[in-house]
Design a protein around this ligand. Sequence first.
Ligand code: ZN
Ligand code: ZN
Ligand code: ZN
Ligand code: ZN
Ligand code: ZN
Length: 570
Amino acid sequence: MSLRSKKFVQKIKVIKYKEERKEIEIVKLEPKCSVPKKPKKVVTEEQLDQPTTSVVQEDVRTYVSRKTKEREGWETVQPSMFRARVEEMCPSTWECCFCGKETMHIIHCPDCGPTAHYCEECCTQIHSVVLFHKPCVWKNDMYVPHESSSETCIRRKDHNECPTAYTKTLAVISLSGHQHKINMQFCKCEMESVTLVRFRLWPSSPEVPRVAFDFKLMELAVVLQLEGCLSLKSFCDAIIQSQNGFPVMVRPDEVKDIYRSLVGDSFNEYRFHRSQFNNRESYDENHVQMANECPICCESDVTKIISLDGNFGLVHKKSSGQGTGVPRRKEKFFMDQDKVDTFVSAYGQDAKKQNINCSDFQAGNIIRSKKKTDKLDITGLFGSVCQHDIPQLFLNLKHGERLAYSVHLLQHLVDNSEQDERAGIIMYDIACSLQRHLQKEKKDLQANFKFVVPVFHSYAHNMACQLEFGQRFVEGTGLNDGEGVERLWSYLRKFSSITKEMTVSNRHHLLVDALEHYSNRIKEKLGERLKAMLEKAKKLQEETFKKNYETYNFGKKLNDLVYKIKSNSF
Ligand SMILES: [Zn+2]
Ligand SMILES: [Zn+2]
Ligand SMILES: [Zn+2]
Ligand SMILES: [Zn+2]
Ligand SMILES: [Zn+2]
């Protein structure tokens, strides 16, 4: 063999070897069934010696590569997922999943689930008890809505043979937003709307409803409104837009406009019904008491810390109207507005000139409120929360942030508390002005409270005021920052775009529901939060003690030194 051919053979061998290696590598890259083990991160001493910036860079690099890898993963699988979804738009089986009968016209019910394939008989039987589904049947190479041959009638089992019974056709809107024409048996023993509630359906009107909504749909609309501030109009639009289940040819709907059927009082009444039900209002007086109060502050031996503030975002347009009748849940959270208005107008204008001595951020509000009030009949909301951030008392503002509003609220607190538990701490961003004002005008009211300016707001006040009223310098508030109302506003503020367009009574109702929702959310997490706060306080106490000890030692050494120098020089 010549040298040349020898080299050639070697070269081939190398290529072959390389190819084998490649194959091995490819095999390794292929996903396995078992969960791949994470490579252990070994930190060498050299790495430890390097400055921290390279560790950060390393973190960024691993984050980017992890994200890129994830993205590539999606890109690989995306086409197959798309294909699978299209494939599943035609039947995967011709066999009824109950009786096993084979049929060319297999019925699939997306509401029953992805594996639900029925024959005609089984479908009818199942959907006579499992209500408000939209099965579809395979005909002419496509799924079309399935019209059941036998009409089912929903009836109360306990009034089945009732002599006053009659049947009526209604439209039911289910969670998926689909409409169902159903037959329902009512009887004269109770109102139709009451019978509907037994079947977890909410009537569109109190007396002769023609449309009913699934409770699940109502519940979703309420929580999306209270949690995400979604207007009812947007909710209805979204429900219609969402393609839950299957793109089937939809029959023309009975109810053209879902929003129309809900927007009247139906939706508001559902919210009212829901809060009554959740609070067990008409059954248990104690439960109502519990639902209204802070579980910790209601103990009488606790010093109450209440923070106050006004919000000028939650306005109401004059043109949106007052609304008819007494607002739903009138007594909850809100003080009697007539009394507030009478008190404030009798209190006089001079009250608002009191501040601006030590802070200037208030001035803006006065200018702003003057400019905008002509078109507004409510210029904002004034409210209070306890030290655990649970909403307490609220009232509507009709002017700027006058001291009269806070004076009225404090008077209410004193009038409604028991003799022995009067002392409390008031945290308010103009607490200094309020205290000076009360000292001059209402000394006996002032004596009930201690006044404190919340942590972050205190920086807007001058030094003398900070030392006298600043939260960090006043005894008794511990680590309470007093900014609880601000946290509430950041939740409640979002509602202003909906509430300013509502009637005054509907605005009241929605704000009460929102406050209750906020309150419940805090109560749920109160235990965890208190524990975390206690731990934080303990840690801070320890650190402060250590620092103080060091300062004390340093001071002592300094003293000794001074003493030495002094004794030397003399
Ligand atoms: Zn069957
Ligand atoms: Zn079904
Ligand atoms: Zn009956
Ligand atoms: Zn509390
Ligand atoms: Zn001040």
